[in-house]
Design a protein around this ligand. Structure first.
Ligand SMILES: Nc1ncnc2c1ncn2[C@@H]1O[C@H](COP(=O)(O)OP(=O)(O)O)[C@@H](O)[C@H]1O
Ligand SMILES: [Mg+2]
Length: 314
């Protein structure tokens, strides 16, 4: 498939979602000093992938999350962070959890508020994924998402408590972020001042540095996937949505064109092989948006033009 065909195929899936289609106040006009000539502010964009289908994975529920979530204390006593009983008990998701309202949704999932039936005080974010909507490659990506989150332990990366595979659905029981998406906070505040942007960026660099040290590229960093811990604080974020995350086993070993158009690095658009460094481009785009309140590359309805602008750094 030639370059333009590839981009067209990609564009079909990932046309930027408008504020209206997302049902949120999701756009922000650039400040007048920008000359008012730029197209309107930030809008939520859908992630997409352009890779070829791959063999079906073998996805088992009740992954052994205990190793990460059961640290040994100095006294040698095991403290369980995973709500008990958990998926390894053989009990189904619906036996153990109660689902409530919707916290958010993405291209692949609906994330709902959830409570473990043994403790109604503590809430979780449960990422609910309908199996029927997944292609084989989406399922492979989900296996990777679960495996990576299971291994990771960082204060600014969302914690996965448990994972269930049911007949129709997959459920990821995640640490709940009460502050919502950084995206909505930027829209609300219009932009962050330099100190605030620096603080968010520092956290982001630390968390992404942890991913990269562990040889994982996130590949879909954007304000929709950065979640604020509380409603009150604008600066403490955690990285979520490892749906496109991939292990990097050697320099430039990745080739799948995926991500979200406005945030994707030029080397990915060029069809070159790439690695963890592609995430650094997305961090640059996020920092630009934080400071200005609008994205560096804007082309509302013409994906090809957007791609051209990003490739040129225009
Ligand atoms: N841990 C969480 N706490 C609160 N809200 C969440 C959490 N995880 C996800 N969400 C909400 O759900 C949305 C979709 O989740 P995400 O993991 O990005 O799914 P997708 O892979 O479908 O994009 C997020 O953008 C956010 O609004
Ligand atoms: Mg997402």
């Amino acid at each position: 498939m030639g370059f333009f065909q590839r981009i067209r195929a990609w564009g079909k899936k990932s046309a930027p979602a408008t504020a209206a289609s997302q049902g949120t106040a999701a756009s922000l006009a650039p400040p007048s000093k920008a000359g008012g000539s730029k197209a309107t502010g930030i809008a939520k964009e859908t992630s997409s992938t352009n890779s070829k289908a791959m063999p079906s994975p073998n996805l088992a529920s009740g992954h052994d999350l205990r190793s990460k979530h059961s640290p040994m204390t100095a006294s040698g006593k095991v403290t369980l962070r995973c709500p008990q009983p958990d998926s390894t008990s053989g009990m189904g998701f619906e036996e153990l959890y109660k689902l409530k309202g919707v916290l958010g949704s993405g291209a692949f999932s609906t994330v709902r508020l959830g409570y473990h039936k043994s403790d109604q005080e503590k809430s979780y974010a449960v990422k609910c994924i309908n199996k029927q909507k997944l292609t084989e490659e989406d399922t492979i990506a989900l296996v990777e998402e679960v495996a990576i989150l299971k291994e990771f332990d960082h204060e600014h990366i969302i914690c996965l408590y448990d994972f269930f595979e049911e007949s129709q659905m997959y459920y990821l029981v995640l640490e709940r972020m009460s502050g919502g998406e950084l995206f909505d906070r930027i829209v609300e505040k219009h932009f962050y001042n330099e100190k605030e942007a620096r603080d968010v960026c520092k956290i982001l660099l630390e968390a992404v540095g942890y991913c990269h040290k562990n040889n994982v590229a996130h590949r879909d960093l954007k304000p929709e996937n950065l979640l604020l811990v509380t409603e009150k604080d604008d600066g403490i974020v955690k990285i979520a949505d490892f749906g496109f995350a991939k292990r990097v086993t050697a320099p430039n070993c990745l080739s799948t064109q995926c991500g979200t158009p406005g945030y994707v690095a030029p080397e990915i658009l060029e069809g070159h092989s790439y690695d963890t460094k592609a995430d650094m481009w997305s961090i640059g785009v996020i920092l630009y948006i934080l400071l200005g309140g609008y994205p560096p590359f804007i082309e509302n309805n013409d994906q090809k033009k957007l791609v051209r602008k990003i490739r040129r750094g225009d």
